[in-house]
Design a protein around this ligand. Structure first.
Ligand code: SF4
Length: 581
């Protein structure tokens, strides 16, 4: 066995833990040896060779900063990169393949960004040693695999990488000017007009970057990446803030980008879209902040099923103790509940955009998903419910609303200050959202996923009649999304409140909601709210507007998009069963 002793330095807080609690409780230290010592940076440091793996220090550390992990010995020879003595370990790398879209699926915090930086040549791997490895060592390491070909090209200077980072919310802080000006600046291919057309950016070309929506920012970031001349394109979560139609269009666009001279690598947590987009998939598994292992590439269907199973048969490795399962039948319709709020026909004119809501109601203690295109009035309806906007026609009872906006903002303030109410909900929020270790950080130091968890906790901690969460799944990994669905439902159990969840990930919508509101109409022109419906009726209404059907994978039961016009697509449309079969 190889033993890893990892300390998350930013969580280690000796002044507040009781003066190096881990040192005081370590049984090896008690015999007079120095297994855990005070490091030069005043954080705890573990001398791995003295550690017996007793497991006491991870339990004692109040901040969850220590991880002691036993791994199979053969991994010793496979280490690609290690961050310092007690730092994160990365084993192996994903393999870009020319002519293919290769997907990467896995938890947050297990080295996807490190892997991408190594492929991009931004980070030189050290193969577990103290010095950066020479390129020939790396080629030798990957001898006989597809990656050998890649690193040989990298050595010859034949690889040029273009990378779209995850956090597109930062773009307006980094660049000034209009969408067109930015794209003109980065265009090395001379294909600006074609790319803008494919990514539907023409209507916002003259808009200032600081004024465009998250979905537009995402498409701008993708366009900027594609307009650079490169032969490896890396996309970190390219679908956040895009609606389903845009996700499907983007999938087709990225598939066309892959050619015999071009490789495309995509990190994505929307499994329905990744399945549609990628030819092959790597599974990344491990322990957050401690180590990450990259599986061999698998055909996407098989790879995603293995990921949901949590078991790699060929390697005989179980990386999750439970299977992620999906229902293949719609939920049984339960009894009606007392009404929390109802609305007559509502109308609201907002500049050239008109919003109309059919008569409807929200029951008490109910989670309702909201599906619809971007720019179709979802946020405006939510603002009417929150009392921020008055309808022109129709009246709404004022509710006490707690609102999580779609776009996340951060500043220099402490997470602890933002979570002072949430801290009272240890079992319901702090523990399941894994927030304790973030309390001493500043908001602008958090990753996208961490900031999302903090913002969701802040929203759910407030007392309210109705929780409105706008795209809470953005930047969360698959497991965090499913956990969040449970957290929201548990919170409502206690408070008796209801929740409206706007989201574009259909798997998350299925996991979190019992009813669906569907928006129809034409983005930026006219939006019509319909429902709430039962899940089955809601999904059918939503997908028939999009002209999409989804079949169930026979093994994992996860939904997969049917090819338009295929036999399955035609059959399901005839039966009117577009989502559940
Ligand atoms: Fe204290 Fe935990 Fe740091 Fe050890 S690792 S010094 S117990 S905060």
């Amino acid at each position: 066995m190889t033993r890893l002793a990892v300390i998350e330095k930013e969580k280690c807080n000796p002044n507040n833990c009781g003066n190096y609690l881990c040192i005081r409780f370590c049984p090896v230290n008690r015999t007079g040896k120095e297994c855990i010592i005070e490091g030069e940076d005043f954080k705890a440091r573990i001398q791995t060779e003295l550690c017996t793996g007793c497991g006491i220090c991870p339990k004692r550390c109040p901040y969850g900063a220590i991880h002691i992990i036993n791994l199979p010995e053969e991994l010793d020879t496979k280490i690609i990169h290690q961050y310092g003595d007690n730092g994160f370990h990365l084993y192996s790398l994903p393999t870009p393949m020319f002519g293919k879209v290769v997907g990467i699926v896995g938890k947050n915090g297990i080295g996807k960004s490190t892997a991408i930086k190594i492929l991009a040549g931004v980070l030189k791997p050290n193969m577990g040693g103290e010095k950066e490895a020479e390129i020939d060592q790396i080629i030798e390491f990957f001898k006989g695999s597809e990656a050998q070909n890649y690193f040989e090209k990298l050595k010859a200077g034949d690889i040029k990488v273009s990378y779209k980072p995850q956090a597109i919310d930062q773009l307006p802080k980094l660049y000034k000017g209009t969408v067109k000006e930015l794209l003109q600046k980065v265009d090395e291919t001379g294909q600006l007009n074609e790319v803008a057309e494919r990514l539907d950016l023409n209507p916002v070309m003259d808009n200032d970057i600081s004024k465009i929506s998250g979905g537009e920012l995402q498409r701008l970031a993708i366009a900027g990446t594609v307009l650079k001349k490169a032969n490896l394109y890396l996309f970190d979560e390219p679908t956040s803030y895009l609606d389903i139609k845009q996700r499907i269009r983007l999938s087709k666009f990225l598939r066309e980008l892959a050619s015999k001279d071009t490789a495309v690598l995509v990190i994505e947590h929307d499994l329905i879209v990744l399945d549609y987009m990628a030819d092959l998939a790597h599974i990344m598994y491990g322990k957050e902040a401690a180590y990450g292992i990259v599986s061999h590439p698998k055909p996407t269907r098989t790879g995603l099923n293995i990921y949901l199973q949590g078991f790699l048969k060929e390697e005989n490795i179980r990386f999750r103790d439970h299977v992620i399962a999906f229902p293949d039948k719609p939920p049984i319709k339960d009894k009606a509940r007392p009404i929390l709020a109802e609305w007559p026909v509502l109308k609201k004119q907002l500049g050239s955009f008109s919003l109309e809501a059919e008569q409807g109601s929200i029951e008490q203690h109910r989670v309702i998903g909201i599906l619809g295109a971007n720019g179709i009035g979802k946020t405006s309806f939510v603002r009417i419910l929150a009392g921020e906007l008055q309808p022109d026609e129709g009246e709404m009872k004022q509710l006490k609303v707690s609102y999580k906006p779609q776009y996340l903002t951060s500043d220099n303030s402490l997470v602890a200050a933002k979570l002072k109410d949430a801290a009272r909900h240890e079992v319901q929020l702090m523990r399941p959202l894994d927030l304790k270790g973030l309390m001493t950080k500043r908001l602008n130091e958090l990753s996208g996923g961490e900031l999302q968890r903090v913002t969701v906790a802040e929203c759910l901690a407030r007392e309210a009649d109705l929780y409105l969460l706008d795209e809470p799944s953005a930047y969360l990994d698959v497991e965090q999304r499913l956990e969040l669905a449970k957290i929201i439902n548990d919170r409502l159990q206690d408070s008796g409140a209801s929740a409206l969840i706007v989201d574009h990930d259909l798997l998350f919508a299925e996991a979190v909601a019992e009813r669906l509101i569907v928006f129809d109409g034409q983005p930026a022109v006219h939006g019509i709210l319909k429902g709430p419906y039962s899940m089955e009726d809601g999904m059918n209404t939503f997908l028939s507007d999009l002209n999409i059907t989804l079949r169930r994978d026979p093994e994992s039961k996860r939904p997969r998009i049917n090819k338009e016009g295929s036999q399955k697509d035609r059959e399901q449309k005839e039966k009117g069963k577009l989502y559940y079969q």
